[in-house]
Write a protein that binds this ligand. Sequence first.
Ligand code: ADP
Ligand code: MG
Length: 175
Amino acid sequence: MSNDNNIKDDKNVKMLTLYSEDDTQHLAKQLAALPLTGSVWLAGDLGAGKTTLTRYWLQALGHKGAVKSPTYTLVEPYSISQDNGTTKPVYHADLYRLQDPEELSFIGFDEYLDEPNALVIIEWASRADSYLPQPTVFIDMTQSDSNDDKESRQVTIRLSKVGQAQGLDVSSLNI
Ligand code: ADP
Ligand code: MG
């Protein structure tokens, strides 16, 4: 599955068309239901919908308040109460404005990544990809070029080797 020209739906890769923001919310709910830990790299151009997907994802995980874009802070931390009485640490990062990957060690990013049971959702991981550990999941979002199709997005969800080793399965994700 390393050949991107040969992507097909199986338990490691899922390609979906989201026709509306409601579809994005529906996908976010299903992502929130996966037993995900480690990091997720969210790739796509500005406006592709990475922050929007993350906002719905955090809400589906049980977060009640606002979700700020971490464009200036680099990371926004969340601590989400679960039904079983535990708390799920979730970090939402946006590395678009990262000047140097070293900044990540200044803000203690490694500790977030090492935290057991934490989920770290990273926009623009490409700014620091040689510094970051392999994510569990890669999600790529692409906006449709057509102007009469403003809400359409193509999404590819792909398990890394780490995600595959955890026995995750993305084949049932759907809208
Ligand atoms: P990014 O974080 O990738 O730069 P944002 O999530 O900040 O993108 O912006 C995406 C914009 O597109 C938002 O204004 C959102 O309301 C809009 N949008 C329209 N349709 C969708 C969709 N299907 N999924 C996500 N966002 C959408
Ligand atoms: Mg964003």
